[in-house]
Design a protein around this ligand. Structure first.
Ligand code: AMP
Length: 507
């Protein structure tokens, strides 16, 4: 490896060489994979993807369940210079149609159960290669690669070459592909491994999904860059997490995981006796959760702040005060500033728009140069769409969002996407989709709509129609019909009034 090579996989290779026989991960079924096993499997897959026709820079779309083989697919893409494009397994045909058409992958990998949906889409977009990979790790991807070599020379990548493409739905309802480079991932991986003190002694409880930056990059990169190990669980389930917490030294999760643990009386300080660090992010951690967790376990959850476009920007410290209600200090190589609506920097303590600059910040939106230009200032700060403030000690707090976004159970939902679908239903005049407080998910989706004259609308019919088009986590928990929506003098729907009115609807 030359010092010029930014291919993230090459930076894992040091650990792979050093810890060849060491267990990297164990599944719930106690299947065990060493660093060496993963290296061989990713070589086989990289060889096979190339043999199938993929060339460096090509996208590989994967709508697969979390499994050791799915992890190998991601790592094989890195290794072969391919761009990994993960898709939430909950996405429907309607959602997939846009993502596949926009990403234009060379190969789609999906669960056998999804073939019926994916095959016509692939045909429509002239994608010749569909490979199956099921939750149990079986499928054509693995079968067809069996005769491939377990050696593969990592394809060198520059700082600016793409490693992954992840989508954010955006406030217009049209999803934008976020271009993440090897340089972005590597800089953040190095910073986090260092500031969170990861070593080969660590054992991470990995229960996050791997179609999102949190589970795919933040958690995984810290393990692979430090030679640590992990328990690889398909999802967060309280009883299973309780079973594996005692063996773990670090847990990463969204706030919902922590409130669910607290809801279970079996979660005691003793269960987390070997844990040195609980980390939370992807959504605001309530101060009451922080306090209750400290009281129950003695641990101060370390809250950090990031987004798909930037990976992690700020983190409360490993050593030093973890301030509840804040997301901590900027990472060493990350600049954070708070500006007013005209872009002028604000003083300490003032609330304004949070902007970020650093090697972690994405290289732009996929095939959307205008959207990219809009998102960055002249001096290369990225406008996050979050409202924040910085205190005298440099701790950042997120106090709200300028972007219309709901975060439910750590997953993002852009109201516009749902509003467009409901507006298109017969009998609907207009719709406002909002997030309301929810004890488990943090926020939950509620749709408020106005009927056309004389129309009769049934809540269950609207819900059923939405369920056929979008993933379940985006479907409103309640539909409310009003005579009219509250508007300001400019005619803009006042969602803040609706949020206040329905604040206690689901809590
Ligand atoms: P995503 O791109 O899915 O990671 O979502 C990014 C958004 O989640 C950010 O722009 C914030 O609005 C929100 N977010 C992430 N972490 C935190 C946090 N610790 N506190 C408050 N909001 C957060």
């Amino acid at each position: 490896m030359t010092t010029q090579d930014y291919n993230l996989y090459n930076h894992f290779s040091t650990q792979i060489d050093m810890f060849g026989d060491k267990t990297l991960l164990k599944t719930e079924e106690e299947q065990s994979y060493s660093y060496g096993d993963i290296d061989q499997e990713t070589a086989r897959l990289a060889n096979y993807l190339i043999r199938t026709g993929a060339k460096p820079g090509d996208r590989i779309s994967a709508q697969v369940e979390k499994s050791p083989q799915a992890l190998c697919l991601y790592l094989a893409c890195l290794r072969a210079g391919l761009v990994y494009h993960p898709l939430n397994p909950a996405y429907s045909a309607h959602e997939l149609d846009y993502f596949i058409g926009n990403a234009e992958p060379t190969i789609i990998v999906c669960d056998m159960a999804k073939l019926q949906v994916i095959t016509p889409l692939a045909k429509a977009f002239h994608i010749a290669n569909i490979l199956t990979l099921n939750a149990d790790g079986a499928g054509a991807l693995i079968d067809n690669s069996r005769d491939c070599s377990t050696e593969f020379e990592v394809i060198p990548r520059s700082e600016y070459d793409l490693a992954a493409l992840l989508y954010s739905s955006g406030t217009t309802g049209v999803p934008k592909g976020i271009k993440l480079t090897h340089g972005n991932l590597l800089s953040n991986a190095k910073s986090l491994t260092q500031i969170w003190g990861f070593t080969e002694e660590d054992h991470l409880l990995h229960c996050l999904p791997t179609f999102h930056v949190h589970g795919l990059f933040i958690a995984l990169n810290c393990v692979l860059l430090s030679g640590a190990s992990m328990r690889w669980l398909p999802a967060f389930k309280t009883d299973i997490v309780l079973k594996y917490l005692p063996e773990s030294t670090v847990m990463m999760g969204v706030p919902t995981y922590y409130s669910r643990l607290l809801d279970d009386p079996l979660f005691t300080a003793d269960v987390g006796r070997n844990i040195r660090l609980f980390i939370s992010g992807s959504a605001p951690l309530k101060e009451e959760t922080f306090a209750a967790f400290k009281e129950r376990t003695g641990h101060c959850i370390l809250e950090r702040y990031g987004m798909t476009e930037t990976n992690i920007n700020t983190s409360n410290p490993l050593d030093g005060e973890r301030k509840s209600g804040t997301v901590g200090l900027p990472l060493p190589d990350v600049d954070i500033r708070i500006v007013d609506d005209e872009g002028s920097p604000l003083a300490t303590g003032e609330i304004g728009n949070l902007q970020v600059r650093g090697p972690n910040v994405f290289s732009g939106y996929w095939r959307m140069p205008e959207k990219t230009d809009e998102a960055f200032t002249e001096n290369h700060f990225f406008d996050t769409g979050d409202k924040g403030q910085i205190d005298a000690e440099g701790y950042v707090s997120i106090v709200g969002r300028t972007k219309d976004l709901i975060i439910s159970g750590g997953l993002n939902i852009y109201p516009k996407e749902i509003e467009i679908l409901i507006d298109n239903l017969p009998g609907v005049n207009e719709t406002a989709v909002i997030g309301v407080p929810h004890s488990d998910f943090g926020e939950a989706v509620v749709a408020i709509l106005v009927k056309t004259q004389g129309a009769t609308l049934k809540e269950d019919q609207i819900i059923a129609s939405l369920k056929s088009k979008i993933a379940n986590f985006k479907v409103p928990k309640r539909i409310i019909v009003l005579e009219e929506l509250p508007r300001n003098a400019m005619g803009k729907v006042q969602k803040n009034i609706l949020r206040e009115r329905y604040e206690n609807l689901l809590s």
